[in-house]
Design a protein around this ligand. Structure first.
Ligand SMILES: NC(=O)c1ccc[n+]([C@@H]2O[C@H](COP(=O)([O-])OP(=O)(O)OC[C@H]3O[C@@H](n4cnc5c(N)ncnc54)[C@H](O)[C@@H]3O)[C@@H](O)[C@H]2O)c1
Length: 212
């Protein structure tokens, strides 16, 4: 693999290529070129060629990439071949939806359990995952050495939950609460803010209509 360091934009496009390569029907081609992928996805040829070259050296001029090899390289690069365990805190509406979603394994994420303060939620099972009381969080983290924490509690509680996760050994936080989290150096936070995506969407629509 040529480079482990790619731009955020490239990283965000790689799952799209992988998804396309896997959806090739019953008689998929053995080889596929960056140009063919770009055409199929309606993307810029140069961008796709550069993205693929940054994660694979197996592309050959006039032949392209061996499709199966490229799928393996993309999965390896994205870490999908080796599932990371995670825990989730806040088993409410959004938390339960995430716990029930069985597609995460395909992306290398295995949610072990949910945690909640609500006695009515505790000890239920959602999507085959237990919802445990908060008192058990540190112990489970210590036993399983889980490194990813998902936060789906209301914003007012997110920082306290984040602090507890870090104290328990969590190194990466996937934050769905719409608040900024203060974390020490070395802890990674990925914010999932639907308001931001929505703002981009409406701005795009506005621009489109203002030119007509
Ligand atoms: N529901 C959505 O579609 C949606 C979409 C985007 C973002 N969010 C964000 O996700 C978060 C959760 O939203 P929701 O709609 O699922 O809320 P919810 O009220 O249904 O669920 C929140 C859960 O967190 C638990 N909780 C509260 N404080 C806690 C604490 N200190 N420790 C552990 N558990 C605690 C509650 O008992 C509850 O089960 C919010 O921050 C919200 O802004 C929700």
């Amino acid at each position: 693999m040529p480079s482990q360091c790619v731009s955020k934009q490239t990283l965000q496009r790689l799952p799209t290529y992988l998804d396309y390569l896997k959806r090739q029907g019953t008689d998929p081609p053995k080889n596929i070129s960056a140009t063919a992928i770009a055409d199929a996805l309606n993307m810029n040829h140069v961008v796709v060629r550069k993205d693929l070259a940054s994660i694979s050296t197996s592309g050959r001029p006039k032949v392209g990439y061996d499709r199966v090899n490229l799928i393996r390289e993309l999965e390896e690069f994205l870490g999908y071949d080796n599932a990371d365990d995670a825990i989730l805190v806040g088993a409410g509406k959004l938390g339960r939806a995430l716990l029930s979603y069985d597609g995460f394994l395909q992306y290398g994420l295995n949610i072990l359990a949910g945690f909640d303060t609500d006695p009515k939620a505790v000890n239920l099972e959602v999507g085959g995952k237990p919802i445990l009381p908060m008192e058990k969080l540190e112990d489970l983290c210590e036993r399983t050495r889980v490194r990813i924490g998902i936060i789906t509690v209301p914003g007012d509680y997110a920082q306290a939950v984040c602090n507890l996760l870090i104290k328990s050994g969590i190194l990466a936080v996937w934050n769905f609460a719409n608040v900024h989290l203060d974390v020490p150096e070395g802890i990674l936070v990925q914010n999932e803010n639907m308001a931001v995506s929505l703002a981009l969407l409406s701005n795009h629509l506005k621009e489109r209509f203002s030119t007509k």
